[in-house]
Design a binder for this molecule. Structure first.
Ligand SMILES: Cc1cc2nc3c(=O)[nH]c(=O)nc-3n(C[C@H](O)[C@H](O)[C@H](O)COP(=O)(O)OP(=O)(O)OC[C@H]3O[C@@H](n4cnc5c(N)ncnc54)[C@H](O)[C@@H]3O)c2cc1C
Length: 420
């Protein structure tokens, strides 16, 4: 059953034109489906999104998928910064875990692309698809689904009736709530403060750092050799204080917090602050509805996997819809949605849990955690297989979905040093 043979006015409605929602539209349109995307932001903000401070570390699997979806071709030629290696350091930086692409036979771990450029590229990709229509500046008044259809009523009275409703409206998804799907939310009580910094005298060598310390985590994401995105994770009040500093005072503060390892610095962008809240939906599917992107899994950014998991979910949902059309002539047969729910849970839960554990182990300020942390980094650095597993995770080729025991083993590998 497709829109032409049913009371549906379209085949799929996607709520949220963020990077996950637009990527899903790009994945479903080639299946011959008509897709309508509802977004509350105005069209100008979608066509030319403002810089938001997020530099997205993309895995090899995500780069492949963005190419296949026709999004990568719309990125500016100089948008992707290679990520050669990553270093994870404890407070005094005397112990570190280093991972580089060569360990898995790649010349890089992945690449960094600014989030606003991904959004703009996804918007352009959607413009090239006549089957996709975006309702920008639109508010959703109500959502209702039953066995026959998913119905979305907009605040201006328009009613969209579809075979499938996809919620891609952020980790605080109102659609998820309207569908009655519960989610586990965890507020870390911390904020991330991000800003591009210029450091002319010292090169970042193309290496990312994640540097844990007392009451703060510092991360450096290499853009060009002398420009890095510096990400500070701090208590909310401290992040707000730093955000309010003038550029000069902020640069001195960042130099001090990085112990001048990148020499004198100056700000090279606006600053952006994000409260850290992780979300995991109890179900990724309901009758004629599915959750994708952060609406399904909203990760803590420390392992840089939120959008990567979002894209993996897009690929899994598109595959489930393709099979559903093939076997049942319906984009949202219950068996297909159950398959998506199962596969995406299996592909995301171990990483979600491992990330939570890493955050708790490495950012818990209680003195009792420090020796454990040092032990973890020391053991990790000695464990070549652990390092290879980490590199392989970063260089994931996409949602290959090994069986659950294998994914759990990967998650346990992350945690293994705790037992030493
Ligand atoms: C500081 C930071 C760094 C990060 N770094 C990385 C990284 O290195 N690697 C990585 O993979 N991920 C990273 N992430 C995560 C990544 O940014 C997110 O996973 C990704 O942006 C989620 O995309 P999304 O489309 O699901 O949601 P969003 O980007 O939140 O988009 C949701 C869209 O839905 C719209 N919307 C919301 N409610 C409604 C409504 N009721 N009606 C209509 N429209 C609505 C919004 O306006 C928005 O356009 C990072 C996140 C942060 C905060």
């Amino acid at each position: 059953m497709t829109a032409s043979a049913s009371p549906w006015t379209t085949d799929v409605v996607v709520i949220g034109a963020g990077p996950a929602g637009l990527a899903l539209a790009c994945a479903l349109a080639p299946l011959g489906l008509r897709v309508e995307v509802v977004e509350r932001q105005p069209e100008a903000a979608l066509a030319e999104p403002a810089f938001d401070g997020r530099e997205i570390a993309l895995t090899h699997g995500s780069m492949r998928l963005l190419r296949e979806l026709g999004i990568w071709a719309h990125l500016p030629g100089d948008a992707a910064w290679p990520l050669r290696a990553a270093r994870i350091m404890e407070r005094d930086a005397s112990r570190e875990l280093r991972v580089d692409g060569l360990e898995s036979g790649h010349d890089r771990l992945g690449c960094l692309v600014a989030n606003h450029l991904i959004r703009a590229a996804a918007w352009r990709a959607v413009q090239a698809l006549p089957q996709v229509r975006v309702h920008a500046g639109a508010s959703v008044a109500s959502v209702r689904t039953d066995e026959r259809a998913a119905e979305v009523t907009l605040a201006d009275g328009r009613v969209l009736r579809a075979g499938l409703l996809a919620a891609a409206d952020s980790r605080f998804s109102q659609t998820r709530q309207a569908l009655g799907i519960e989610a586990d939310l965890h507020d870390f009580g911390r904020h991330m403060l991000v800003c591009r910094m210029r450091h002319d005298e010292v090169s970042n060598e193309g290496e990312a750092w994640q540097w844990f310390g007392d009451a703060q985590t510092r991360a450096v994401l290499p853009l060009d050799a002398h420009t890095s995105s510096v990400v500070l994770t701090l208590a909310g009040h401290e992040a707000a204080r730093l955000e309010a500093l003038d550029d000069e005072a902020y640069a001195r503060e960042v130099e001090r917090r990085l112990e001048r390892r990148l020499g004198p610095m100056r700000t090279a962008s606006s600053r952006h602050r994000y409260p850290l809240v992780a979300v995991y939906a109890r179900r990724f599917a309901a009758t004629r509805a599915a959750l994708v992107g952060d609406a399904a899994v909203g990760m803590h950014p420390v392992t840089a996997h939120g959008f990567n998991l979002g894209l993996a979910g897009v690929e899994r949902l598109a595959e489930a819809v393709r099979l559903s059309l093939q076997r049942h002539a319906d984009p949202a047969h219950p068996q297909a949605l159950a398959r998506y729910d199962r596969r995406h849970r299996r592909g995301s839960l171990p990483l979600f849990l491992a990330t939570r554990a890493v955050v708790e182990l490495y950012t818990d300020d209680r003195a009792a955690m420090r020796p454990l942390r040092r032990l973890a980094l020391g053991a990790s650095a000695r464990l070549a297989p652990f390092r290879r597993a980490l590199a392989a995770g970063l260089m994931d080729e996409g949602p290959v979905d090994p069986p659950l025991p294998a994914r759990l083993r990967t998650a346990l590998d992350w945690l293994r040093p705790r037992a030493h």
